[in-house]
Design a protein around this ligand. Structure first.
Ligand SMILES: Nc1ncnc2c1ncn2[C@@H]1O[C@H](COP(=O)(O)OP(=O)(O)O)[C@@H](O)[C@H]1O
Ligand SMILES: [Mg+2]
Length: 294
């Protein structure tokens, strides 16, 4: 039996409706960057932990294929990944693993590789299953791979909220701008429906972060006619580096460190924006419906 046939069987078995109607409330945050190694996965796991401290139910969807950063930092080896849902009929609950402090996470495995080639049936299956996340989570954090690949762009273009991680290095700023430029060229990108917020990572001071935001914000408005919001900073902190080397999450390993406190402030800032953003209520089903519609 080939994979397409397997999938048809799964769809038949589960009696997936053609157009699943889903009530959705979860908030979707997509973390991305122009280049790798700038702190996306650390933002994903630490933000998740900090949001848990505020009582939010959080699920991380690890769409950064191959590196498995989230799994490593959570010290968990998931038994399943997205492939098990798409091809083997596993339900979403089966493929959500539990990390520290009850943070859920889904491993993308190699399931994302074929994202752009999904059939209508597969889209419906995914939609059907992802809608379960609305019941399980208040916030869904998507950790994307770096750079300008088609699947990352699709995630970002269709996400209601994007967290763009940038460091003060000139190359990081240039790469962030390049990513935004390509994003603005995507046919399915609607600037007015996407809130893009800068997270200035590895800064040496508050002023350092402000300067980074000013630079990037200026080129975005001048050359793209767009808007960039500012979520805040994470300082350069050796404690974070040491935690990562021990395969630990700094917010748990050293909760009073500068980095951990900064992630706490970012989580707080995010919650204060909660009611201000029009698109937040779009939720996961809308997000995935946009993502997979042709
Ligand atoms: N705020 C920070 N302070 C010090 N080092 C950091 C900071 N953020 C990230 N790093 C370093 O950068 C590395 C890459 O971070 P990671 O979150 O894995 O990036 P990405 O997911 O974007 O590839 C980490 O292992 C850590 O050593
Ligand atoms: Mg990563």
């Amino acid at each position: 039996m080939d994979q397409a046939q397997q999938l048809r069987n799964v769809v038949k078995e589960k009696n997936i409706k053609k157009n699943p109607k889903i009530a959705s409330d979860a908030r979707v945050l997509t973390i991305t960057s122009g280049k790798g190694g700038v702190g996306k996965s650390n933002l994903a796991v630490n933000l998740a932990i900090q949001l848990r401290k505020f009582g939010k139910r959080v699920i991380i969807f690890d769409a950064d294929i191959g590196l498995a950063n989230v799994e490593v930092m959570f010290g968990t080896n998931p038994n399943y990944n997205l492939n098990d849902m798409i091809y083997k009929g596993k339900s979403l609950k089966d493929i959500v693993s539990e990390g520290p402090m009850g943070v859920g996470f889904i491993s993308g495995g190699s399931g994302i590789a074929g994202l752009n080639n999904l059939t209508a049936e597969q889209i419906n299956l995914l939609l059907h299953n992802f809608s379960e996340l609305d019941e399980l989570a208040d916030v869904i954090i998507i950790d994307t791979g770096a750079g300008i690949s088609d699947s990352v762009l699709k995630f970002v273009a269709n996400s209601p909220e994007v967290l763009l991680v940038t460091t003060p290095e000139p190359s990081s700023i240039t790469d962030s701008y390049s990513l935004l430029k390509v994003l603005y060229q995507q046919p399915d990108f609607r600037p007015e429906q996407t809130k893009i917020q800068l997270v200035a990572n590895k800064v040496l001071s508050v002023a350092d972060g402000d300067a980074l935001y000013d630079k990037l914000q200026l080129v975005v408005s001048k050359f793209l006619g767009g808007k960039l919001d500012y979520l805040g900073i994470v300082p350069m902190d050796m404690t974070l580096e040491r935690a990562v080397r021990k395969q630990k999450v700094v917010s748990l390993e050293a909760p009073t460190s500068n980095a951990a406190r900064a992630y706490g402030i970012l989580a707080d800032n995010l919650m204060h924006h909660e009611h201000k953003t029009l698109m937040m209520k779009k939720g996961i089903s809308q997000f995935f419906s946009n993502l997979f519609s042709k």
